[in-house]
Design a protein around this ligand. Structure first.
Ligand code: NAG
Ligand code: NAG
Ligand code: NAG
Ligand code: NAG
Ligand code: NAG
Length: 469
């Protein structure tokens, strides 16, 4: 019997992994703020409809999450359909409180719509089959919102305002990964960005705070002053076809619905700048600067493709990665080159509403953000962690701080040990049954071998080179 066909122990992996709790492994907009002429956030914060902060009494994983198809009520559906509401039940009307008000915007201004990446950016290989750049965010706008708005109707709106009977229009299409954001975890992408884009509490030079992501929305020059502009933020994080365990692929949309008051911003947005930043969150991102390329963000998929047909002709035999189990042997030979984690520092304290400069060292508009450190698309993987800190504008890396990862968000951190026994012959014949094993392996091995397999796989699936070569 050839060795490759024998049943063998592929690997035993005992490695601490930081995994967000499932309840938090989703995304919605946390807050929004206007970006001033020099790229700093200005004015007060604004919120979505029906917003609840993670620290609010009564908050749970369903308070603000709106996922379609719903894993709870659309059992078995892999595609959205015409019945599905665009907005969370608490967000179907302009449901606002004094605590979490609407954002004031001005024609011709940019808005940073901020969210937590929850590992979708820093551990993009979890789970398998997810899109490059962690998927696409589209933002749609309308002056004529309806409480019954359906997602498929909204997705039909176009940037030239003709689609979907012109009821609204497509305002932005951007990668979910803004090139800067990172949860604090031990994955190389995170460690790299903790060094390249340290997010520090003012006056606490050793603090490390999760860096939130943003969508950078342009408010058109012809936006109607005095009106309410309703926006639907729609993130598509679909699973591609021919993925193990999801042969037909699977839609996975998340939305957040918000209203903006369109006002006259004054010269250089002076009226917005003058609004004090008082509606901060208890766990507020100290960042003060938008990503460097906030005016030129792009997406791999500029317009959504809506498929409502549930039918699918793919099966296990169509999965293009049936060689996976064999390739997993790579894991056994890859050194685990992660820096050994330093003892976590003291929990940073942070006062909501405190003056914020994000720890930036002065500057005349020079920003740490944007494309600088984006480690390539296709979930490409830094080969060696601190050395590949790619940002040309990186500040000197405070190596003693970087790997320390004080967890300030309400993430639940688990330490897992996974042992994988795989019969490569059986697994090759039944990819479906090995899916869970493969995903689990990917979840804990944040190292070169598996990731490059992932990239090979994506390269095949998308039929193009993801490394920009
Ligand atoms: C408004 O939002 C709150 C959450 O902040 C939610 O509990 C409530 O049900 C919403 N009300 C309506 C009418 O949607
Ligand atoms: C959409 O799917 C749901 C089940 O999740 C079903 O109840 C509804 O009838 C479907 N709508 C259409 C238009 O097919
Ligand atoms: C749905 O997809 C199946 C398989 O691809 C196809 O045969 C069928 O005609 C489609 N149905 C509709 C209504 O488009
Ligand atoms: C402003 O930025 C430019 C280019 O980034 C730099 O050369 C210059 O030294 C900066 N000036 C100040 C005062 O920081
Ligand atoms: C950028 O603009 C803001 C608001 O107008 C101002 O407070 C800040 O000092 C400016 N920053 C720089 C570096 O010019």
């Amino acid at each position: 019997m050839a060795p490759s066909q024998s049943t063998r122990l592929l690997s035993t992996i005992a490695l601490s992994a930081l995994l967000a709790s499932p309840a938090l492994a989703h995304t919605w907009l946390e807050e929004m703020q206007v970006i001033g002429p020099n790229g700093t956030y200005i004015g007060d914060l604004g919120y979505s409809r029906g917003y609840m902060a993670r620290t609010d009494p009564g908050f749970n994983g369903y308070s603000t999450k709106w996922q379609l198809p719903s894993p709870d009520t659309d059992i078995g559906r892999i595609r959205i359909n015409e019945s599905m509401f665009a907005c969370h039940p608490a967000q179907r009307t302009a449901n606002y409180t004094e605590e979490y008000p609407q954002l004031n915007v001005a024609p011709g201004s940019y808005v940073a719509m901020k969210y937590l990446e929850n590992g979708h950016v820093t551990q993009p290989w979890i789970p398998a089959g997810k899109p490059d750049q962690s998927g696409t965010v589209w933002v749609f706008g309308t002056y004529d919102p309806s409480p019954d708005e359906k997602l498929t109707d909204v997705l039909a709106w176009t940037s030239d305002r003709t689609g979907g009977k012109g009821k609204g229009w497509l305002m932005a299409a951007q990668a979910y990964d803004d090139g800067r954001c990172h949860q604090l975890n031990q994955a190389p992408i995170s460690i790299n960005r903790q060094i390249s884009f340290p997010n520090r509490i003012p006056g606490q030079p050793t603090s490390q705070i999760e860096q939130w992501c943003e969508t950078d929305l342009y408010i058109p020059d012809d936006a109607r002053v005095g009106s309410t502009l309703t926006t639907y933020w729609v993130w598509s994080w679909d699973t591609g076809m021919r993925t193990e365990g999801a042969f037909c692929g699977k839609d996975e949309y998340y939305t957040t619905c918000s209203d903006f008051q369109v006002i006259d911003g004054g010269d250089s947005l002076s009226k917005i700048s003058a609004m004090p930043m008082i509606h901060t969150l208890g766990q507020q991102d100290p960042q003060t600067q938008a990503v460097r390329d906030y005016k030129s963000r792009t997406a791999l998929t500029a317009t959504p493709t809506v498929i409502t047909n549930q039918s699918c002709t793919y099966g296990p035999s169509d999965v293009t990665t049936s060689s996976w189990p064999a390739s997993l042997t790579v894991m056994t030979t890859m050194p685990l080159s992660l820096p050994s984690p330093a003892a976590p520092g003291p929990m940073p304290t942070y006062q909501a509403g405190a003056p914020q400069d994000g720890g930036r060292s002065g500057g005349n508009g020079s920003q740490h953000g944007g494309n600088g450190a984006r480690p390539g698309h296709g979930n490409a993987f830094p080969t060696s962690v601190p050395a590949s800190s790619a940002a040309t504008n990186s500040p000197p890396a405070p190596s003693s701080h970087a790997p320390a990862s004080p967890t300030t968000q309400a993430d639940i951190v688990s330490f897992v040990t996974i042992t994988i026994y795989t019969d490569s012959k059986t697994a090759a014949q039944s990819s479906a049954s090995s899916t869970a094993t493969i995903s689990a392996a990917m979840a804990v091995v944040s190292d070169g071998g598996v990731i490059s397999e992932m990239d090979q796989k994506k390269r095949r699936r998308h039929g193009r080179d993801l490394f920009g070569q």
